[in-house]
Design a protein around this ligand. Structure first.
Ligand code: UDP
Ligand code: XDX
Length: 207
């Protein structure tokens, strides 16, 4: 089995190119799909120049819908989801995430930041089920309606996995972090975006 990487990206021109470059180093990753979720910056151009296949959605539809647009295009049996704003991703991280699924030791892996930055480590220690770094068998993704989930997408996948008894393995991703909303958007707009995200997550926790 081979891997299709799917990277939802909303205005991630600063980081998406490096993610695509690292993925090119991993032979099992046969296809790299960046889904630009209505980005208004140079995300599409940067991802294309780095050698990704790019799906350019014309409007912002939310993370869940962007991920599923990528899954619909994906040709291979294992999907690797990565966020486009990661800092410190290496080929070894990618291999650690995909191998348990390729070797059929797990149906899904979930990557947890470790020793990256205090704030992002803490967020993932408190809520590992929110992590966007996952490898999943594609065949088991088709049954979940992730289109409307926006930032509830990880909660929806995690709960579905637990209900269906998927074998889930947590993988520590050392020296890795991501760019926080407040860093991308400034304190006020970032915090507002964070509140909206928590609301989208909460809807799926209750749902
Ligand atoms: O409407 C959105 C919001 C986020 N993302 C992407 O989803 C990933 C995870 O987003 P994050 O939690 O980092 O939130 P952000 O700080 O980007 O709002 C990143 O690659 C984003 O670019 C997306 O595709 N559509
Ligand atoms: O770490 C978190 O609290 C959030 C938001 O991260 P930032 O605003 O970028 O620090 O990000 C996680 O949760 C999101 C919702 O489930 C996921 O989409 C992200 O992949 C995950 O990193």
């Amino acid at each position: 089995m081979s891997v299709s990487a799917v990277i939802p990206a909303y205005n991630e021109e600063k980081t998406v190119g490096e993610i695509v470059r690292v993925l090119h180093e991993v032979p099992q990753v046969k296809e790299i799909i960046v889904v630009s979720d209505g980005s208004t910056d140079r995300t599409v151009e940067v991802a294309r120049n780095a050698g990704a296949k790019v799906i350019a959605l014309t409007q912002n539809t939310g993370k869940g819908a962007a991920m599923m647009a990528g899954v619909r295009e994906a040709k291979y049996g294992v999907i690797l989801f990565l966020d486009a704003d990661l800092i410190g991703l290496t080929a070894a991280h990618v291999v650690d995430l995909i191998n348990p699924v390729l070797l059929d030791e797990a149906d899904m892996t979930v990557g947890i930041f470790e020793r990256g930055r205090i704030a992002t480590d803490l967020a993932q220690d408190l809520a590992p089920f929110l992590s966007g770094q996952r490898a999943i068998k594609k065949c088991i993704l088709h049954d979940i309606d992730l289109e409307p989930a926006r930032f509830g997408v990880e909660v929806a996948i995690t709960r579905y996995a637990s209900e269906r008894g998927w074998r889930v393995k947590e993988v520590l991703l050392e020296d890795m972090s991501h760019i926080m909303k407040e860093e991308k958007l400034g304190l006020l707009r970032g915090f507002w975006a964070r509140l909206k995200m928590y609301w989208e997550i909460a809807k799926y926790i209750r749902y």
